[in-house]
Design a protein around this ligand. Sequence first.
Ligand code: PMT
Length: 412
Amino acid sequence: MSSEAILAKNLIGKKIVLGICGSIAAYKSALLTRLLIRSGAEVRVCMTKSATTFVSPLTFSTLSKNKVLTDLAANQEWNDHVEWGLWADLILIAPATANSLSKMANGITDNFLTAVYLSARCPVIIAPAMDLDMWKHPSTLRNLKQLREDGVHTINVEKGELASGLSGEGRLAEPINILVYLDNFFYHSKKLLGQKVLITAGPTQEKFDPVRYISNHSSGKMGIALAEAFAEQGAEVMLVHGPVNIELPDHPSILLFPIKTAEEMMNKCAELHPTSNIAVFSAAVSDYRLKSTSEKKIKKTGPEGISLELIQNPDIAARLGRNKTPEQIHIGFALETDDEEANAIDKLKKKNFDLIVLNSLNDKGAGFGVDTNKVSLITQNNVQKLELKSKVEIAKDIVSFAFQHFIVKKNN
Ligand code: PMT
């Protein structure tokens, strides 16, 4: 995504269900869809039957690059509304008509849009649009009061000329104003605003001649997923990463610090660590490097082997663990092949971690390179085993764990 395309940075990566009801203002939802997409959101549109008489679903499927649903049980799928409700980070109903507000306030699910509303676990925002007398009608006011009590957020209608020819309150908020509202909404719902997070990721490479190095199989996927999950919650992330072959995050709150060797990673982390509130050590750092490196390619001389003398690299997590202040939180990783839990607990203590994330190479789908991981979250007094899931989901779980167990507690 190019940076000039970002209109509202707090919408990046957000999954938004846009519900469109039957109002002449539905045409504005086309522009709104474009603004959401240009801000980096992923948008799925659903429409009531009457909305499709104002604007074609084709307009929205083209703009959102997703199928538009209008019917319950479309394509013989009866539970799409449940899947959409669980998928969404936010449900936005714009325009929301008096009819749909009334159905939502009373739990009537006779169409796809209201069924998604009832299935959703995420926040719901409505942007009503109707004629001024409908807007002031006691039944509309009653329904709006009920919806507010149910936790629904309302974007105020705007004043002006209405489709009926009357003038007054009832116009759908302008798409740009809706976008600004959503941007603020997501900004304020972030749990880690003001937190600075240092993350190490990927492998290190320890050169021994101009063409060879010692390294490991870390792809950087786990560390990058963590960087994105922390940034998603409003943290400013400093990602110190070794050489990786996957796309690096392009996020305004993630600063990238590429390094090659363990020593370079150590120096960069030592510089950044004092400013961080949280440090996460997910990198697979080479424990050893060559005592001396050759400026020229080491030649094969004869049938006999060669010996390379290795010396220890700095242990970044252990060193920074010794400088950790009581306000700082350290999260480490342990990649084990045997005696997994005991080894992880040992590292938790020795490296002064608050939490260690254990992954074992004995678990299928866990560890290096793959998109999934199977981890246990281990603290001084608790072990929580998570099921196999994507690294993106694991990263979100780690962020939630850190928030609940350390940040909330430190702030109380
Ligand atoms: O990058 P991926 O392909 O997605 O793979 C993810 C991963 C398997 C690399 C990741 O989940 C993981 O387990 N990272 C830690 C790997 C590791 O080096 O574990 P360890 O048990 O050797 O080290 C313990 C801790 O000390 C780790 O937090 C490590 O980052 C840190 N350490 C280790 C050595 C060293 N010299 N400096 C360190 O900071």
